[in-house]
Design a binder for this molecule. Structure first.
Ligand code: G1P
Ligand code: ZN
Length: 543
C-alpha cells in the first residue's frame, strides 16, 4: 500500500543552483526538508505529470538514500516513469545519453563532480534538460525562485524500491525501470570507435593504466576496457565506486592523480595512462613519460578524430572555452572548419552542438567531449585517444612531437590561488579591469601588449550576451594572460591565472612549460599586482 502525502515546509535559504546544479556539504543536504524542497522546486518548474525522467548519480555518500526520496517524490508528483541506474549509479555522460536515447523529459543527476564525497564532504543535485544538457540559467534561476516561496512538497509513503536488480517495478502507479548503468553507454561507444583496432592493439601487448579514483567510471572502464577491448585484468585501478571515493579527491589532474603520474613517469611506465573524476565527465591523459595538457589533448583529438569511425566524415567545428589554449584553433584553421571561443562552463557549448556548428568541445579544466551527448565525457576522450593510438601505431610522445612540429606549440599552464579573501580578490579584479584601457602598446618582459579586454560572448545561435567572463591580456607574439575568479569554489575566492605562450618551432618545442612561461608569469604578477592585493605570490595548485 502506498499513500501520497503533502508535507508542509518552509523555504530554506541559499538553495541557489550554479551551472553544475545545487552543491552543498552532505550534512546540509541531509538536513530536514533540504533535499525535498529542492526536488519539489525542480518538479514545480519543469512539471512532472505524465513525464519520464532519468535518475542516477556518482555513488557518493547519500546517493542511495537521495535516490529513494527522489523516486517517491517523482511518483507523488505524477511522473509516469523513471529510468534509474542500477544501485542509483549513472555517470554524468551516461545519464546524458540515457536522457537522449529514451527521448525523456530530462533527468536528475546526483553528484558534486570532482569534489570529495562522504558524510562531511560534498553532495549535489542537478537537472538536465531533454537534450541531455545541464539546465540553462533561466531554468535554474526559476528553480531557485521557487525554493524561496515553497510551502509544501509531495511524497509517497512506501518501502524502498529495490534498485539492486535490473527490471521494471511499480511505485504508486509510476513505472520504475532499473537499468544497467553501463550497457547503453558502452553500446554508444562501440558506434563511435574502432573497437576491433583497439582490441588488436591490446592483444599486441599495449599496456594501459586507468585510474577511476574510486568514483563512478570504475564499472564503465572495467566493462569497456577490460571486458570488451581485452585490456589486461587490473588495467583499471580504484575501480569500485565508494561512498567516500576511498578518501581520494576524485579530480583527474597531476596533483590529485599523483599515483598515476608517478607510474607514468616511472621506470616501468605503461604506454598510456588516464584518470577520470567523481561523476566521469572529466579526464586526464598521460603517455609514458609525457603529460598531455587538456588544451593540447583537445587539439590532438581534433586533428585526428577522423581516424575514428564516428568522426570519419570530419568535424563541423571546434569549440573551446576562452581560457583554454588556442592550440585547437590552429587545428580548426588547418581543417578549414569553424572555431568558437566560449565563456568558461560546459553549458555554453550546448547551443553550438544542438545547432550542428561544433562537433568537438573542450575546456582546459580536463573537460573534453563531442556531440554524442550534451556533457563532457571522460571515458569518451580516453577511448578516442586509444582509437588514435591504435591507428597511428605511435607512442603518445611521438604523436605530441609530430603535432607540435606541424602546428607549433602553445605552452600552457593554469595557476590557482585558492581560498583568498573575497574582498581582496574583488579589489584586485576591479583594479585590473580599470587598468585595461591603458594597456595596449605597453612593453613588459620583452613582450608588447597588443590588446586587453574583459571577455564578452555573444552566442552565435541565440544571440544572448554574457559579459565580464574574464580579463584577457594578449601580446603581439601570441602569448596571453587570462585572469578570472572561479564560479565553483566553496571557500573564499579562487583566482585562476591562465598562462599561454606560442612557439612556432622548429626550435624550442620541448621546454618545461613553467620555464617557457616564466616571462608571461612575471608579467601577469606585475600587471595584476597579485601579491600586493592578495598577499600571495605563489599559487597553491598548478596544472
Ligand atoms: C571550473 C572549471 C570550468 C568547468 C567548471 C565545472 O569552473 O574551471 O572549466 O566548466 O569547473 O566543471 P570555475 O571554478 O573555474 O568557475
Ligand atoms: Zn565532473
Amino acid at each position: 500500500m502506498t499513500t501520497s502525502l503533502t508535507i508542509a515546509t518552509k523555504p530554506i535559504a541559499g538553495q541557489k543552483p550554479g551551472t553544475s546544479g545545487l552543491r552543498k556539504k552532505t550534512p546540509v543536504f541531509m538536513g530536514p526538508h533540504y533535499l525535498e524542497n529542492f526536488v519539489q522546486a525542480i518538479f514545480d518548474v519543469v512539471g512532472a505529470k505524465g513525464k519520464t525522467f532519468v535518475l542516477g548519480g556518482d555513488g557518493r555518500y547519500f546517493n542511495d538514500r537521495a535516490a529513494q526520496v527522489i523516486l517517491r517524490m517523482a511518483a507523488a508528483n505524477g511522473a509516469a516513469r523513471v529510468i534509474v541506474g542500477q544501485n542509483a549509479i549513472l555517470s554524468t555522460p551516461a545519464a546524458s545519453h540515457l536522457i537522449r536515447l529514451n527521448k525523456t523529459d530530462g533527468g536528475i543527476i546526483m553528484s558534486a563532480s570532482h569534489n570529495p564525497g562522504g558524510p562531511h564532504e560534498d553532495f549535489g543535485v542537478k537537472f538536465n534538460m531533454p537534450n541531455g544538457g545541464p539546465a540553462p540559467e533561466g531554468v535554474t534561476e526559476a528553480m531557485y525562485e521557487r525554493t524561496t516561496v515553497i510551502s509544501e512538497y509531495h511524497i509517497v509513503e512506501s518501502q524502498d524500491v529495490d534498485l539492486s536488480k535490473v527490471g521494471r517495478s511499480d511505485l504508486a502507479g509510476m513505472i520504475v525501470d532499473v537499468v544497467d548503468p553501463v550497457a547503453d553507454y558502452a553500446a554508444l561507444m562501440e558506434t563511435l570507435f574502432d573497437f576491433a583496432a583497439i582490441r588488436a592493439m591490446f592483444a599486441g601487448g599495449f599496456r594501459m593504466r586507468m585510474d577511476s579514483m574510486c568514483a563512478v567510471t570504475g564499472p564503465y572502464a572495467t566493462e569497456i576496457l577490460e571486458n570488451r577491448l581485452g585490456a589486461a585484468k587490473g588495467t583499471v585501478v580504484n575501480g569500485t565506486p565508494l561512498p567516500d571515493f576511498g578518501g581520494m579527491h576524485p579530480d583527474p589532474n597531476p596533483t590529485w592523480a599523483k599515483a598515476l603520474m608517478d607510474e607514468m613517469f616511472g621506470p616501468d611506465a605503461p604506454d598510456f595512462g588516464a584518470a577520470s573524476d567523481g561523476d566521469g565527465d572529466r579526464n586526464m591523459v598521460v603517455g609514458a613519460g609525457i603529460y598531455v595538457s587538456p588544451s593540447d589533448s583537445l587539439a590532438v583529438l581534433a586533428a585526428n578524430a577522423h581516424l575514428a569511425p564516428g568522426y570519419k566524415a570530419g568535424l563541423k567545428g571546434i569549440a573551446r572555452s576562452m581560457p583554454t589554449s588556442a592550440a585547437a584553433d590552429r587545428v580548426a584553421d588547418a581543417l578549414g572548419i569553424g572555431k568558437y571561443e566560449t565563456p568558461t562552463g560546459w553549458k555554453f557549448f550546448g547551443n553550438l552542438l544542438d545547432a550542428g556548428r561544433a562537433t568537438l568541445c573542450g575546456e582546459e579544466s580536463f573537460g573534453t567531449g563531442s556531440d554524442h551527448v550534451r556533457e563532457k565525457d571522460g571515458l569518451w576522450a580516453i577511448l578516442l585517444w586509444l582509437n588514435i593510438l591504435a591507428v597511428r601505431k605511435q607512442s603518445v610522445a611521438a604523436i605530441m612531437a609530430a603535432h607540435w612540429a606541424k602546428f607549433g606549440r602553445n605552452y600552457y599552464s593554469r595557476h590557482d590561488f585558492e581560498a583568498i579573501a573575497s574582498d581582496k580578490a574583488d579589489a584586485m579584479m576591479a583594479a585590473l579591469r580599470a587598468s585595461l584601457p591603458g594597456l595596449a602598446g605597453r612593453g613588459i618582459e620583452g613582450m608588447t601588449i597588443a590588446a586587453a579586454d574583459d571577455f564578452a560572448y555573444t552566442d552565435p545561435v541565440d544571440g544572448s550576451v554574457s559579459q565580464k567572463q574574464g580579463v584577457r591580456i594578449l601580446f603581439s607574439d601570441g602569448s596571453r594572460i587570462v585572469l578570472r575568479l572561479s564560479g565553483t569554489g566553496t571557500e573564499g575566492a579562487t583566482l585562476r591565472l591562465y598562462l599561454e605562450r606560442y612557439a612556432a618551432g622548429p626550435e624550442g618545442l620541448d621546454l618545461d612549460p613553467q620555464e617557457a612561461l616564466a616571462p608571461v608569469i612575471r608579467a601577469a604578477h606585475a600587471l595584476a599586482g597579485i601579491a600586493d592585493f592578495t598577499g600571495r605570490s605563489e599559487p597553491n595548485v598548478i596544472t
